[in-house]
Design a protein around this ligand. Sequence first.
Ligand code: ARG
Length: 467
Amino acid sequence: MKMWSGRFGQPLDPGFENWQRSFGFDRRLLQYELAASGAHTRALKNAGILTAEELIGILQGLDQIGTKAAESTAFLEDGEAEDVHHFVEKQLVNLIGELGYKLHSGRSRNEQIATDLRLYVRAAIDQLREELAELCGAIVERAEQAGEASMPAYTHLQKAEPVLVAHWLLAYVEMLLRDADRLADCRKRLNLCPLGSGAVAGATIGLDRGLMAASLEFDEPTANSMDATSDRDFAIEFVGALSLLAMHLSRWAEEMILFSSQEYGFIGLPEAYSTGSSAMPQKKNPDLLELVRGKSGKVLGNATALLVAVKGLSLAYNKDLQETQQPVFDAADTLLQMLPLITGWMGAVEFRTEQMNQAAQTGFMNAWAGATYLVNRGVPSRLAHERIGKAVQLCLERGCELTDLPMADLQALSPAFGTDFYESLKLSSVLAIHDVPGGTAPTRVRQAINTTRKKITALREEVHAHA
Ligand code: ARG
């Protein structure tokens, strides 16, 4: 039986009927639909709509639906169910007879889908944050292993200053921890329960909304029935946070691809995550990285799809909102599949620290440190910059580095140069002068590793508290 056939005199066009169904994709919400239905059933009993016996009958029926779904996917092959809400009602009536029709008393599918989707997003957030903690942990591990190895840092993709490899890796951990934090923030806002909102104006039966919210581990009931049944901010915010995460992973992938090229030679691609070419026998391609970069585009597309789907809707529920489910599922699936693979890749990649160290010694990356040497001897910064620039120019003419310039040439540029200038240009000196919190001096990076580990532990604890 349809959920709404009474006022219709004619059957639906079969093509339209099939086309407007959402059961093909919202079946994945079944566990949340069952949990929310259980909460509603208990509230119906408390409101005097169901007897104690009926309550037990419906709860057992809901339980059986869950068991049957877990046992066989064929159970979900239902060509008639309009959506997951209709499916549960149909199956319940199959199992317990007409009593099943009492479940829908005083509620609407509008509040149900709003509730199910919130429960889905909440669970996805918890899983994603767990995966992010794993990935961050793997990156910090590699940072620790890199010790005091250094590499060039680039601005404008031109060699800028040397940094510790560990410092570079920790930059990605910062991005990912912010992503985890954004997801936690989204979770906080979405964790309110729409049940009892009815179709638009609130339930027509005195349901205990606080009880329903608590039994689904929501913080409290939503405040306004019109908002609760039509709000999809939480979904947009979720996919928005995932867009930033995907963007970060895409930048990461792009950089790893560059650094794995023969021209850089900084990293050796792990064979377990690469493929060869069917044509060129010598190739080892960075497939994992390329797919991370490629799939991130889809996630940004999903965020746009959601915004556009909702932006023109008058209050409250409109069927357009059915279209907000798939972009959410797709974005969550994409990242949930990707993150553990990236963690695996991070553990397996080879950092060629010798090549990286070598690259950190050339290309005048000590020029700013050289200018700082002059500044420390009282030369005004602008003039110091200009003097070192002249020194670089000399080097370019001679094909040498700053350390190769004789003292006589340096003295001709500025009397402030002394023999300790050469010491100040050494890689270890250059690294050490970046001695501020957040800088690349080895002592600072060691501190940063410790602080980062603590942040990851805190994240893990938060995730387990929700589990
Ligand atoms: N399948 C619908 C959705 O996903 C459920 C809500 C249907 N509500 C309605 N008034 N037709 O949005």
